[in-house]
Design a protein around this ligand. Structure first.
Ligand code: AQP
Length: 332
């Protein structure tokens, strides 16, 4: 029998989880849970690379855990822990910092985008991908299921692992990024030229659908969704059809129908009908998640117990790799 593959993935507690997070990442974490050895992490150390109000962060970490469990992460099948509770993550980061050329980090497009929006850029923001490499490499991860925005960071993780292995001897497995066939990059509903993102959603009311949004909130965002002046409801890469394409992609990811079936279904219909039907599919998807979330949040102690037990198990699993890395580097 072949050993189960080790899966690691993380999500930042930086705001309200949105449909892009669900379709690009969480939906598949849940769907593939039975197949793999899963480690999921609420990456709060990544969150603080941009300023977070401490009280808001505290609440968002628990909310993140509740939402992930409500989406179907099963603590019997997967570890679900908070990154700052496993000190091996920042410890390995220091070791990896020392083998990572700074030019590799300055080239990261996410860093360049985020840095351009800041008056003062923290060292942590530049170092974000090295912390992410540590998260992944600590567990000898095989697969990292993420959205397309993380592709460059996964490639960097492999480069860092390879460089470390070359310098100090075989230490880390080389992970592989796994991207969804449908919905690897869900775009903003107000602006389909930018990725749907928690940070934008915090400021722009009609940018995203949050997983805890009420049916009225979902419809309020959907009815204002950007489309175009045409009337064809078809999948298309044309920049002018980006809004319609995004709505159809969301519909496809949530219904698992083929593009042909979907185009046939919408043939002759107006954009108003498309928006209503996409909203309905979203509302139907979110309803059981929200019911479960409300139940889970009644019992904060049970939630904390899951996080604590997972953190203890994660720490035990991370320890041998951290020890090996330190030994290989010459520490006594
Ligand atoms: N729009 C998206 N489409 C598909 N997948 C997405 N992911 C994020 N946005 C999309 C995937 O969700 C996982 C968690 O990523 P994150 O915590 O970095 O989420 P975010 O929404 O990108 O959060 P922020 O705080 O707003 O970060 P920035 O500013 O970096 O966008 C990942 O697997 C990610 O690929």
């Amino acid at each position: 029998m072949t050993a189960r593959k080790i899966v690691f993935s993380g999500i930042q507690p930086t705001g309200d989880f949105h449909l892009g997070n669900y379709i690009g990442a969480v939906k598949r974490w849940v769907a593939d849970q039975a197949l793999h050895d899963n480690i999921f992490c609420i990456v709060d150390l990544h969150a603080i690379t941009l300023y977070q109000d401490p009280n808001v962060l505290r609440a968002k970490i628990r909310q993140a855990a509740g939402v992930l469990l409500a989406c179907g992460i099963d603590p019997q099948k997967s570890l679900l822990f908070v990154q700052s509770q496993v000190s091996a993550h920042p410890e390995l980061t220091w070791l990896l910092n020392c083998v990572t050329p700074i030019g590799w980090l300055e080239r990261m497009t996410q860093y360049k985008d985020k840095a351009a929006k800041q008056e003062s850029v923290s060292t942590g923001l530049l170092d974000y991908p090295v912390l992410m490499a540590s998260d992944i490499l600590l567990y000898q991860t095989d697969y990292v299921p993420v959205g397309e925005d993380q592709k460059q960071h996964i490639e960097l993780t492999r480069d860092i692992a390879q460089r470390f292995n070359n310098l100090y001897g075989e230490t880390f497995a080389l992970p592989e990024g796994i991207f969804p066939k449908v919905g690897a990059r869900i775009m903003g509903l107000d602006d389909p030229t930018v990725k749907m993102s928690k940070s934008i959603a915090t400021d722009q009311k009609h940018h995203a659908v949050g997983l805890l949004d009420s049916p009225d909130q979902v419809w309020s965002v959907l009815k204002r969704a950007t489309t175009d002046s045409g009337k064809e409801i078809v999948f298309s890469d044309a920049p002018s059809k980006a809004g319609v394409n995004n709505l159809l992609t969301i519909y496809q990811a949530l219904t698992d129908q083929t593009q042909i079936e979907i185009e046939k279904h919408f043939e002759g219909k107006l954009y108003g009908a498309l928006k209503r039907e996409v909203a309905d599919v979203i509302i139907e998807t979110l309803a059981p998640i929200q019911t479960r979330y409300n139940e889970l949040m009644q019992d904060a102690r049970a939630l904390d117990a899951i996080l604590q037990s997972s953190a203890e198990q994660a720490a035990a699993r991370a320890a041998p790799t951290l020890r090996k890395a330190k030994e290989h580097m010459g520490f006594v």
